[in-house]
Ligand binder design. Structure first.
Ligand code: ATP
Length: 194
């Protein structure tokens, strides 16, 4: 079974593209959702996050998101340490999930594929791109983040040009119909290698 990484910067449309692959019956593992779940349930993560950030990292046994967001905001070293704790646990969880799948290929959707230096883990990499301003306005429309928060997250991510160079497929996501037709082409191309 091939393992395909699906990545892209904040607001590029990873989840939108992932849904299109799901509609083609491709199993998709959402790393960000799963990481959130594991940060609340994994004893290993909990212990290490408390050691890194203090007891305040959890409140009534649940991850104290506002506290963590405040701590890592503009502190890329701390953010890297946090990713270094969560990432290996997500990797193990993903591999266990892969064993349960039965298809030509599976997709791991992850915002920080290159940032976590995971490019060699994948058989194929798909990157979703869109102009920065469009990405910012999508996120501002989607949730109640401020422009400053979106920019801070963007600045912790690599530029598209670097991601494009190391990817097998680029899906430019501006017009949804066009995106959908590129997804079909990418899907057909991966299937020929099964
Ligand atoms: P994040 O990294 O922030 O989770 P993402 O890359 O997964 O973002 P999505 O959540 O798929 O991006 O898209 C961001 C927002 O933009 C969503 O509200 C989505 O519905 C919208 N969107 C995505 N693609 C398009 C498009 N081509 N046209 C219009 N709206 C879009």
């Amino acid at each position: 079974m091939m393992i395909v990484g699906l990545t892209g910067g904040i607001g590029s449309g990873k989840s939108t593209v992932a849904t299109m692959f799901k509609e083609l019956d491709v199993p998709v593992y959402n790393s960000d959702d799963r990481a959130k779940y594991l940060m609340n349930t994994s004893i290993e993560i909990k212990k290490k996050l408390i050691a890194l950030l203090s007891d305040e990292a959890y409140e009534n046994g649940q991850l104290n998101r506002p506290f963590i967001a405040k701590k890592v905001f503009n502190d890329s070293e701390l953010l890297a340490n946090l990713n270094g704790i969560v990432h290996p646990v997500v990797r193990q969880d993903f591999l266990a999930w892969v064993k349960e799948q039965d298809s030509c290929y599976v997709i791991q959707e992850t915002a920080l594929l290159f940032e976590n230096n995971s490019q060699n883990f994948y058989d194929r990499i798909i990157v979703v791109t869109a102009p920065k301003e469009l990405r910012i306005s999508r996120v501002l429309d989607r949730d109640n983040s401020t422009r400053e928060q979106v920019m801070a997250r963007m600045n912790n991510q690599l530029d598209d040009e670097i991601k494009i160079k190391t990817s097998n497929f680029v899906i430019e996501n501006i017009d949804l119909e066009r995106t959908s037709s590129i997804v079909l082409q990418v899907h057909a191309s991966i299937l020929t290698d099964c």
